[in-house]
Design a protein around this ligand. Structure first.
Ligand code: NIG
Ligand code: FE
Length: 413
């Protein structure tokens, strides 16, 4: 299997030397080749360069990309896309004036999704989830982190992990699973949260570890959910099973989760709609990447992550969808890239870096994904005809994707 893409108007994110993460001022540069070709064998990027050097290269399939832009597929480092049903009734309740917290306090929110998921069969859950993913692959995302967290019992969390494992085995997309059992306090444990923490640390984490699916652990560190002591207990138990933290922090309140994440060598700290100087200081000198989720800010009408403060402090930043039924029911990374420019005041170059190589870093896969580099996986977006890559974020809510190559396989949309 070989594919030659010719006459590419702009080939984006080209790095001869493998790039793992892009930080601070460097996020403003996006290396490109104008009028380029790209040659793929099996699932791997083999060669690329200016069209004038393409002579003599032959392939089983040739794609003429005249007028089109080619870039690495989006890497969505934060999703909850395995869920059952939806929360449209709560959506209407919020329009009519109830807040996200008020809905959660009366047993809605995450607990509502958990109830539906517990009653959904494993096969049905798989079908609902894979359909969501197939739609998103057509929108240019080829790598997805997927969290549990709508099970909230040992059995239902393990059911979610098995569904994620099946998606990982059966889809061409790259999947990184994360265990998020500490997503909300189940109704049955409302008066004895410590018992739920014990169930997670002593029973679920060891059982999940045996399934050998999730190598990341997450906690919703937030008022009314899990405090710093709870979070630390879960992280400690995860560390015993080689699960690295990726945390929900600072969505509504600052509890100190950023510093805790950095202390436990978290791969990422996500949300950060609220942020203080101590958080920025804790991230400097760590290997932990902050992740902004502008789709959640949009949908819940809460503040946007102060991306400029993070980038201007020399830090890297990734952007992701947070795709979930309650706070961000869209997995469209094209919208997220546009929102990053409009709402987070990121330049198109910064937003594209944040959604490709830095997204891959926030999933622990940037050695093989996120840039056009010889030897990396052939996961690519071929756009519709565009004059410039700026049009991707500019034409917000448009779908710029014409074709995708996923794991070396060409898919027409
Ligand atoms: O990332 N903040 C916690 N978890 C999700 C929302 C989950 C839900 O409302 O179902 C989030 O926004
Ligand atoms: Fe989330």
């Amino acid at each position: 299997m070989s594919i030659l893409i010719t006459n590419i108007k702009q080939l984006l994110q080209v790095h001869d030397n493998n790039v793992l993460v892009v930080k601070g001022k460097d996020m403003k540069s996006l290396p490109i080749i104008e009028n380029a070709y790209l040659y793929i064998e099996h699932d791997t990027i083999i060669e690329y360069g200016e069209m004038k050097h393409c002579e003599g290269i032959e392939a089983e399939t040739t794609v003429d990309a005249t007028g089109k832009i080619v870039l690495p597929s989006w890497c969505d480092s934060h999703t909850h896309m395995v869920y059952a049903g939806n929360r449209t009734l709560e959506f209407v309740d919020r329009i009519n004036g109830l807040s996200y917290a008020e809905i959660a306090n009366r047993g809605g929110g995450i607990l509502n999704s958990a109830k539906v998921l517990q009653e959904t069969s494993e096969d049905d859950l798989y079908e609902q989830s894979i359909q969501r993913m197939e739609a998103l692959i057509r929108m240019g995302t080829c790598a997805f982190e997927i969290k549990t967290g709508y099970g909230l019992t040992v059995d239902a969390e393990l059911k979610m992990l098995r569904v994620i494992k099946r998606i990982k085995q059966e889809s061409l997309a790259k999947i990184t699973p994360t265990l998020l059992a500490a997503h909300a306090i189940p109704e049955a444990f409302r008066a004895k949260k410590e018992d739920y923490i014990k169930q997670i640390t002593e029973e679920l984490i060891p059982k999940a570890s045996k399934l050998n699916v999730a190598h990341y652990i997450d906690v919703f560190c937030e008022e009314g959910y899990f405090d710093i002591a709870d979070t630390e207990a879960v992280l400690k138990a995860g560390a015993k099973h080689q699960m690295r933290p990726k945390l929900h922090v600072n969505q509504f309140n600052i509890l100190g989760g950023v510093a805790l994440g950095a202390k436990y060598n978290a791969l990422s700290v996500d949300h950060l709609e609220e942020l203080n100087d101590a958080d920025v200081k804790a991230l400097k000198g760590s290997d932990t990447i902050p992740v902004a989720l502008p789709g959640c800010s949009y949908f819940l009408s809460i503040p946007y992550t102060p991306a400029r403060q993070l980038i201007d402090a020399g830090l890297p930043l990734a952007i992701a969808t947070d795709y979930n039924p309650g706070s961000a029911p869209s997995g469209n990374m094209n919208f997220i890239v546009g929102a990053a420019c409009v709402k987070l005041k990121m330049t198109p170059e910064e937003a594209i870096n944040a959604a490709t190589v830095n997204g891959a870093y926030a999933m622990g896969i940037s050695n093989m994904y996120g840039s056009i580099t010889r030897g990396k996986k052939a996961n690519l977006i071929i756009t519709k005809p565009l004059h410039h890559y700026n049009e991707i974020p500019y034409a917000f809510a448009h779908d710029p994707v014409d074709q995708v190559i996923i794991n070396g396989q060409l898919k027409n949309i």
